[in-house]
Design a protein around this ligand. Structure first.
Ligand code: ADP
Length: 338
């Protein structure tokens, strides 16, 4: 177990950006908790701009990670709503007991890597010391069992579905609830109720975030799911290609309609990195998602290149190979106020 005193000493070396001494002296950092090697604390960002708050959070995280035997860091950002600086959201706890935030990962169309992003994002959030679940609600192509390398049916315990654990996260997939060789025709309300069952009648334990991989598209099924779910935020995945961006715009409009804040866009398959020579080529273009987001006032969460490594890791059920997801997870966590 890490030592409380060592953690305190690390924090005492960090100055409050508003002045008045260290973050401990001014009370900006508090609620220190040490459990199983994970150092957790609450950091108040009242009165700080988003940039300064983010730098401070990063500084605290680095300092805590340097403390011997600290294996994980969990920083909860809080902001007094009235004084919250622009851009730092103060997300509400989800309506599901035990789950603090629900975040939907969506795309306007299939094949853009939505599930790959959802799985890698969930694993990267867990690496930040958060308790994370991943729910695969993609009725058209549930791929979370493959992405995490956990095939098979979900088990029941005391009448509740039992999520499987892999790569530091818990996961349930609609694919664990149906026969793989049968065609299933879902209607909106039916798909939404299967999803709600996997949220409310499952034993998730206590989660900071439940990442939900929605089916691609913006039809009745996605709308019903978004309405029922009432997520704290949504992440929209797109490739930089114009055709995909037109659909991404629809996904953003859908969330606006049901008043779900869009935390931002991820540009996947942003640049192709040749596995042989390392040369980069922008097969689907580059920068389109950031530009679309800017036009619509939606933040840009990051770009993920198209690489052989990520494709092979995804098929092999080994998420966590792409370093870009650390930054994306950080921005999502901030957007969710975690
Ligand atoms: P969606 O959920 O949008 O239908 P998937 O996540 O299933 O898309 O991805 C489709 C295919 O593309 C998968 O084979 C996946 O491994 C691959 N893929 C997704 N993103 C990348 C990437 N950045 N680099 C390489 N392959 C990728």
């Amino acid at each position: 177990m890490p030592d409380r005193e060592e953690v305190g000493a690390a924090l005492a070396g960090i100055a409050d950006p508003s002045g008045g001494g260290s973050v401990l002296e001014t009370g900006r950092a508090g609620g220190l908790r040490l459990k199983d090697g994970v150092a957790g604390l609450v950091l108040s960002v009242d009165g700080l701009t988003q940039d300064v708050a983010e730098r401070l959070r990063a500084e605290v995280e680095v300092a805590l990670r340097r403390v011997p035997r600290v294996t994980g860091v969990r920083i909860i950002l809080t902001a007094d709503k009235a004084a919250a600086p622009a851009g730092v959201a103060v997300a509400q706890d989800s309506a599901v007991p035990g789950i603090r935030r629900l975040v939907a990962v969506a795309s306007g169309k299939g094949g853009v890597g939505k599930s790959t992003v959802a799985a890698n994002l969930a694993v990267a959030l867990a690496k930040r010391g958060l308790a994370v679940g991943l729910l695969d609600a993609d009725i058209y192509g549930p791929s979370v069992p493959t992405l995490l390398g956990i095939p098979g049916r979900a088990q029941l315990e005391d009448g509740k579905l039992l999520p499987m654990t892999a790569h530091g996260i818990k996961a349930l997939s609609i694919g664990m609830m149906m026969a793989t060789d049968k065609a299933v025709i879902w209607r909106g309300p039916m798909a939404a109720s299967a999803m709600m069952q996997m949220i409310e009648q499952a034993n998730w334990g206590v989660l900071d975030i439940l990442v939900i991989d929605l089916p691609p598209g913006t039809g009745d099924i996605q709308l019903t799911m978004a309405q029922k779910l009432k997520p704290s935020g949504a992440v929209v995945v797109s490739t930089p290609q114009d055709l995909a961006l037109i659909d991404a715009r629809r996904a953003i409009a859908m969330f606006n309609e049901v008043k779900v804040p869009v935390l931002g866009m991820v540009e996947n398959m942003s640049t192709f990195v040749c596995p042989h020579c390392g040369e980069r080529s922008d097969i689907f273009g580059h920068g389109g998602a950031a530009a679309l987001g800017e036009g619509l006032g939606v933040p840009f969460l990051g770009a993920v290149p198209l690489t052989m490594t990520l494709r092979l890791a995804s098929d092999a059920g080994q998420p966590g190979s792409a370093p870009e997801f650390a930054g994306i997870a950080e921005r999502v966590a901030i957007g969710l106020g975690l």
